[in-house]
Design a protein around this ligand. Structure first.
Ligand SMILES: NC(=O)c1ccc[n+]([C@@H]2O[C@H](COP(=O)([O-])OP(=O)(O)OC[C@H]3O[C@@H](n4cnc5c(N)ncnc54)[C@H](O)[C@@H]3O)[C@@H](O)[C@H]2O)c1
Length: 311
């Protein structure tokens, strides 16, 4: 199958592109290598074609028309909640207008389906946990709003033009290649600090929890969505709540280094807990997470350790 992965030089998108290529598909990555994103040219493996381009570029339609993808996995985005709060116009330009550029190009090139990297952020702060696919979506950030808007556009294109979709609403994704200098991704940020033998900052009391899902498991959901989950939006999470303190202790054990802790107050708007029930993904995609957090953290630590040794 011919597949375009937008954002395929980034953290999650590169795992998705790798999984498609490993399954024998013909993959083209379109990525602008945005300076505040996790995109790196070296994340695109040899054998995978690469076009450096912004998804808002008018030339996108020509790239699609030439490659003639059957499916597009759309991962290019402004991925930061904080940036979306500071600059909601930029967020909407990339996450809404960029998606529309992809949908128009997909339609124009005769593609069958778009797989969309949506987010648990579309749910905002729910009344109760776990978040399921029937939890009302009440996003509390421009980023969450633009991802939710994206899901509505997908439905419109399916109903109006027959362009199929699956939206995958990720929890907190972690794994190799996640930017350790970013503002999201406590696991990779902590690993960077542990490897440098530096202190880590723990906000609040460290007992706040998130649902961490391993990038390779997310890539498998993208593989399953190639021919399943028609017209569905599915939560992708593990159902397991893990606190910042637990991640800290796991890294002390793996590294043998007791990183000094800097205490900081709760960040404004930070939720206490997050947990996702992926029942629809199980039913519609046949997907369930396969990587226990301890294994995933160990693999991620090993990746960054090797990277540091190569430098
Ligand atoms: N990391 C998470 O936990 C998480 C959770 C929910 C949803 N998501 C979504 O998954 C997708 C991938 O996120 P990530 O964490 O891998 O971030 P990332 O920054 O590593 O990847 C995003 C990629 O998109 C590219 N990009 C940004 N703007 C672009 C533009 N205008 N045109 C073309 N390419 C552009 C970047 O260069 C980067 O390679 C995003 O859509 C994000 O919103 C991520």
């Amino acid at each position: 199958m011919r597949i375009i992965v937008t954002g395929g030089a980034g953290f999650i998108g590169s795992h998705v592109a790798d999984a498609y290529a490993a399954a024998g598909h013909d993959v083209l990555v379109v990525d602008s290598l945005w300076e505040h994103g996790g995109g790196r040219r070296e994340n695109v493996r040899s054998g995978i074609a690469f076009v450096p381009m912004d998804v808002r570029d008018e030339a996108l339609g020509r790239v699609f028309a030439e490659f003639k993808p059957e499916v597009i996995s759309h991962h290019a985005a402004q991925h930061s909640v904080a940036i979306s709060v500071r600059d909601p116009i930029y967020d909407a330009q990339v996450n809404v207008l960029g998606l529309l550029g992809v949908l128009e190009s997909a339609r124009g090139s005769g593609a069958r389906k778009v797989i969309f990297a949506s987010s648990g952020a579309t749910f905002g702060t729910p009344d109760r946990l776990p978040i399921t696919d029937s939890t009302p979506q009440r996003p509390t950030s421009p980023y969450g709003i633009s991802k939710m808007v994206g899901e509505h556009y997908l439905r419109f294109y399916r109903d109006t033009y027959g362009l199929d979709f699956t939206a995958l609403r990720y929890g907190n994704v972690y794994g190799p290649r996640q930017d350790p200098n970013g503002e999201a991704g406590v696991i990779s940020i902590f690993i960077g600090r542990f490897l440098a033998r530096r202190s880590v900052r723990i906000d609040w009391d460290g007992e706040q929890t998130r649902d961490y899902v391993f990038a390779a498991d997310v890539a498998r959901a993208n593989l399953a969505a190639l021919d399943r989950g028609s017209g569905e939006a599915c939560v992708i999470g593990t159902g397991v709540k893990t606190s910042v303190n637990e991640i800290y202790r796991a890294l002390v054990e793996i590294s043998g280094f007791e990183a000094p802790i800097e205490r900081a107050p709760q960040r404004p708007g930070d939720a206490r807990d997050a947990q996702f029930d992926a029942a629809r993904a199980r039913a519609q995609l046949g997907w369930s997470p396969a990587t226990a957090l301890a294994d995933g953290i160990r693999q991620t630590y090993g990746y960054f350790e090797r990277l540091a040794a190569e430098r």
